[in-house]
Design a protein. Structure first.
Length: 82
């Protein structure tokens, strides 16, 4: 699928590719980040109509915190914990 230092990484299962690229939005030839942000906005608007304001705030906080924790940014030879 891609290479890392000229070593093939192999093919990923299609379900993983579809999920990780935002239903394929990441393959848009021009401005895939903008298209991904638009998809995220559409998902957030959909959640706005389904969840209460408190539920939406909790969902947003959980998504932000889980995203930050998944980065595993090293700090002084250890991983930072928020």
């Amino acid at each position: 699928m891609s290479n890392n230092n000229n070593k093939q990484l192999g093919e990923a299962p299609w379900l993983h590719v579809i999920i990780s690229t935002g239903l394929g939005i990441g393959f848009v030839p021009k401005a895939p980040g903008t298209a991904g942000a638009f998809l995220a906005l559409l998902i957030w608007i959909g959640l706005y109509y389904v969840l209460s304001p408190i539920g939406l705030m909790v969902a947003t906080i959980l998504l932000v915190v889980s995203s930050l924790l998944s980065l595993n940014i090293p700090c002084n030879n250890r991983f930072c914990v928020v």
